[in-house]
Write a protein that binds this ligand. Structure first.
Ligand code: SAM
Length: 433
């Protein structure tokens, strides 16, 4: 039987990039990627465990794959990612038809795992193998580049420090070499990744995130530079100065606040107060007035009162986030929040989530409408997904734009687009000379 693989990915960009690394590694080893799982000799589920729902989906998928394995016989199934790390051997007990379980620290160790040397690979090796030339990049114009793995924050709700280990930054020169290679292959947009990306410190020179941002932005051919996810307590002057001083660094910043109440933030161990967060926002806005902020919010954290929640609404109103990702608190195994207090009733959390989304909907609409009539620079990424007659790309501050233009335009070009319509989440317009 020929060697073929199918890979399914849940969760954050770090997981998406791990899947690109796994896919590239498998292709180097003679595997061919297939889009139909029934044609695969190897199926990888690259999982997320940040909320309980993500976890349930994986186990229900594993149930389906058991049937498939019965039908086709020779099929290897591997569970990778954060749920693999969290559950380890319990996955093999609950789903014995799984062939191996492999945590995020082992993406570079495919050979050992495929050879059957390890059925369970959950360690975080000090010397992580990282073959960046073998990444199977999903986009012709954009490359994700990991600069720091793991997380040293101990937010009381979060499973990430357990599933992705302690922070390890990559040497700055390695990062620059990967960016140069990505640019040489036509990727003009670079997105630097880390769970707490701005905690980056070069392990050799000690240079910080701001220094790295500047060094990447100055590489010839980097048309746009983005990064994800920043922790508010790690924002410093050098990061802000790098963003201010380089026009190719996107004026978009994802800065998860989680709650607008200092009382809740303290219980979450977020390491900042409401006032400190707003002060950070103000400093950034002063340096980069047109910045577009986005955020993550958890509603219904144990002990969250109506007053706490009203503080979250007022903070959202004040910052006027363009994008907002909000979730009901989901208890995670082994996290300190389990001992903090009673969970907020589900009906109350649902109602709060609805009010938050309603408020944000209005703010987003007003923000999108403010682009009408303006000509904005758009990095062209390819045909629009919904209407192939239109082109699609993103503004410097990360809004998706679908627009009429010349289909012969080379991918990765920077175009001026006049905006004539605001859609639900996106903008529409026409390329101008
Ligand atoms: N490392 C980033 C940070 O600290 O902001 C992002 C981590 S997580 C992958 C992405 C988002 O999931 C978080 O910002 C948080 O809003 C949400 N999240 C994490 N744990 C959660 C939990 N137990 N329940 C609900 N949402 C959660």
């Amino acid at each position: 039987m020929s060697k073929t693989f199918f890979i399914e990915t849940w969760g954050c960009q770090m997981n998406d990039l791990d899947s690109q690394r796994l896919s590239g590694g498998l292709k180097l080893r003679g595997y061919r990627r297939v889009e139909d799982e029934r044609e695969a000799s190897l199926i990888l589920l690259n999982t997320c465990s940040v909320r309980e729902k993500a976890e349930q989906k994986v186990f229900s998928r594993l149930g389906e794959l058991r049937e498939l394995k019965r039908e086709v016989g020779e099929l290897q199934i591997g569970v990778c990612g954060c749920l693999a790390q969290q559950e380890g051997e319990r996955i093999l007990q609950r789903a014995p038809w799984v062939d191996f379980v492999m945590g995020p620290g082992n993406v570079g160790y495919l050979d050992e795992i495929l050879n059957g040397e390890h059925r369970i690979a959950l360690q975080f090796p000090d010397d992580r193998r990282y073959d960046y030339l073998a990444v199977d990049r999903g986009s012709a114009t954009k490359a994700w580049v990991t600069i720091i793995e793991g997380c040293n924050k101990n937010c009381t709700f979060c499973i990430v420090p357990t599933t992705r280990g302690r922070e390890v930054s990559r040497p700055l020169d390695d990062v620059l070499a990967e960016v140069r290679a990505a640019v040489a292959s036509g990727r003009v947009e670079i997105e630097l990744l880390g769970q707490t990306v701005n905690a980056y410190r070069c392990p050799i020179s000690g240079r910080d995130f701001g220094a790295l941002l500047s060094a990447v932005a100055e590489i010839e051919g980097v048309a746009r530079l983005r990064f994800m996810t920043s922790h508010p307590a790690e924002v410093n002057d050098s990061m802000i100065a790098a963003m201010r001083d380089h026009s190719n660094i996107s004026r978009y910043l994802h800065l998860p606040v989680q709650s607008g109440s200092s009382r809740v933030l303290r219980r979450m161990k977020r390491l900042y107060t409401r006032e400190k967060y707003l002060e950070t926002i103000r400093r950034i806005q002063e340096a980069i007035p047109e910045i577009h902020f986005s955020t993550d919010i958890i509603v219904g954290f144990p002990g969250e009162t109506e007053e706490d929640f009203l503080e979250t609404l007022s903070l959202v109103e004040q910052v006027r986030y363009g994008s907002l990702f909000a979730f009901k608190y989901s208890p995670r195994p082994g996290t300190p929040a389990l001992k903090i207090g009673a969970a907020v009733e589900d009906a109350v959390a649902t109602e709060r989530l609805t009010r938050l989304f309603d408020l944000h909907e209005r703010i987003k609409r007003e923000r999108l409408e403010s682009y009408r009539g303006r000509v904005v620079p758009v990095l062209y990424e390819g045909p629009s997904r919904h209407d192939p007659a239109m082109l699609s790309g993103r503004t410097d501050d990360n809004w998706m734009v679908n627009f009429h233009g010349d289909p012969a335009t080379p991918l990765g070009s920077m175009l001026g687009v006049r905006i004539d319509q605001a859609q639900h989440h996106t903008l529409r317009g026409e390329a101008v000379a």
